[in-house]
Design a protein around this ligand. Structure first.
Ligand code: ZN
Length: 203
């Protein structure tokens, strides 16, 4: 399975990192080895002094598809989740400056947190889902999927032009503003509406 991640999908986050608004979605992949195993702490890797959390709504693919039209995209997923796209921001900045791929900064072991899943049927509208990240009991990020530049069905249409989507693949749909650094002993909890979908400790 693969993790397909979208960058720069919320205007306020584009501004906070001083990035340009893209004309197409920014897409990158994480390997399955980047998934943080359930109940394990997240260990800050020794190659970074500036690892950031990025909370993101997740979509799990349940049907094989290629060149999926937006109007059919809703048939290709039936679960919605929440996760973290951990990013070694210092390393990413160096790679971006050189025009190099980001993988070392985003695809390292443990860099993908995947929380519990909720059935899509639990939501009246997947384009109006509230979500948030709490760090040590303070809300540090909150967003709503209505603020995405490219909505879930548009992302499925777009990424399936390039990659065959397979059962179990997961799309990370991008982070809203409020990203920030983690330090040892931080506790991160992710919520969709009032449901807690993950809780992890940083080491
Ligand atoms: Zn991200």
């Amino acid at each position: 399975m693969k993790l397909i991640c979208i960058g720069r999908n919320y205007t306020e986050h584009i501004k906070e990192l001083d990035n340009e608004k893209p004309s197409d979605p920014v897409v990158f992949l994480k390997p399955d080895t980047s998934i943080l195993l359930k109940k394990q702490p997240f260990f800050i890797p020794d190659f970074s002094d500036d690892v950031h959390y990025e909370v993101e709504v997740l979509v799990k693919i349940n049907k094989v598809g290629k060149h999926i039209a937006k109007k059919f995209a809703h048939k290709y997923y039936d679960q919605i989740g929440l996760g973290i796209d951990f990013t070694a921001r210092d390393l990413q900045a160096q790679l971006k400056a050189k025009g190099l791929p980001w993988e070392k900064a985003k695809a390292f072991d443990g860099a993908a947190v995947i929380g519990d899943w909720l059935p899509k049927s639990a939501f009246e509208n997947v384009d109006a889902i509230d979500f948030s990240l709490h760090k040590n009991e303070t809300v540090v990020q909150s967003g709503n999927t209505s603020l995405m530049l490219w909505k879930i069905d548009e992302l499925i249409e777009y990424v399936s032009k390039y990659f065959t989507l397979k059962i179990g693949d997961i799309i990370f749909t991008g982070t809203p503003s409020g990203v920030g650094k983690v330090i040892a002993n931080d506790k991160l909890k992710g919520y969709i509406e009032d449901k807690q979908l993950f809780s992890i400790t940083v080491k």
